[in-house]
Design a binder for this molecule. Structure first.
Ligand SMILES: Nc1ncnc2c1ncn2[C@@H]1O[C@H](COP(=O)(O)OP(=O)(O)O)[C@@H](O)[C@H]1O
Ligand SMILES: [Mg+2]
Length: 260
């Protein structure tokens, strides 16, 4: 692992009315790692991802991406920097096909490239279109979605919809991929499929992954490091072994259904 973080969240605080969703949370993410964010419901996990990708603006704190201060950038500008994102609740275009949903991940790029191409070389639009089509096809192949490519996503099982959501994020060629509970609501078989796609993405595409997940044994198996939030505070950060033994983490999870 490189010692320069790809992403640095510095003292991120965020409140909603009287609720302190995040309280001076800091986090460094290193290139090529798989880092999980865990914590009880309402701990601030989704809020932290939203601050990283620009959906939420923190009340204080700064976000750096490759040492560049991106705190003031909007979500679409961060997406262009190749910070990709999936959502806790599937937010696809339900009536559109799998292929069209995956294409929608790249919409923002075409505008910029179109203008750039208009002013520079005529044929690069065509090249860009071909490049995009190849990319979309490779995402479909990669996630094994060929058999459902022309189906409206609303007709597909939940597990496949989550995979399409992942495909849409992959179509942006993310360098940093933020996944909010990619396995939520899945049965065991779907979870196993998602875990293997997840590892393929990491291994074959070299993508750095930050993910939120509730299933602790899956988190422990798949992650290099784990960040634990509780009531908006980062209470621990470390390897799975360190987290397993951490007294503060054990206490936070006492009374929860799942043990650590
Ligand atoms: N858009 C919002 N408006 C109001 N409160 C919010 C909003 N987003 C999150 N919160 C509150 O912030 C806290 C943290 O929420 P969240 O980040 O969704 O937690 P988690 O993902 O860990 O379950 C919760 O108390 C939640 O109700
Ligand atoms: Mg959440």
């Amino acid at each position: 692992m490189s010692d320069q973080p790809i992403l640095r969240a510095e003292e991120i605080s965020l409140s909603f009315g009287g609720i302190q969703a995040l309280d001076a949370v800091g986090l460094d993410v290193f290139p090529g790692e798989i880092l999980a964010i865990i914590g009880p419901n309402g701990a601030g996990k989704t809020s932290l991802l939203n601050c990283i990708n620009g959906l939420y603006r923190p009340n204080s704190g700064r976000i750096f991406y490759h040492n560049q201060n991106i705190t003031g950038l909007k979500a679409y500008q961060r997406a262009r920097l190749r910070i990709g994102r999936t959502f806790q609740h599937v937010e696809l275009f339900a009536g559109m096909t799998v292929l069209d949903n995956i294409k929608s991940g790249r919409v923002m790029d075409i505008k910029t490239n179109f203008l750039g191409a208009f002013f520079h070389v005529g044929k690069s639009v065509k090249e860009e279109m071909r490049h995009r089509r190849d990319l979309e096809e490779s995402v479909i192949d990669f996630l094994d979605l060929n058999h459902v490519r022309e189906q409206p996503v609303a007709t597909l099982p939940h597990g496949i919809q989550k995979r399409v959501d992942l495909g849409r994020a992959l179509a942006m060629k993310p360098e940093l991929l933020l996944l909010d509970e990619p396995m939520a609501g899945m049965n065991i078989e779907e979870k196993e499929d998602m875990a293997s796609f997840f590892l393929d993405i990491h291994r074959d595409l070299g993508t750095t992954i930050v993910w939120i997940e509730h299933d602790l044994s899956t988190v422990m198996n798949l992650s290099d490091r784990i960040c634990v939030l509780n009531f908006g505070v980062r209470i621990a950060l470390g390897t799975p072994d360190e987290i397993r033994k951490d007294p503060g983490v054990i206490e936070a999870y006492l009374g929860q259904e799942e043990g650590v």
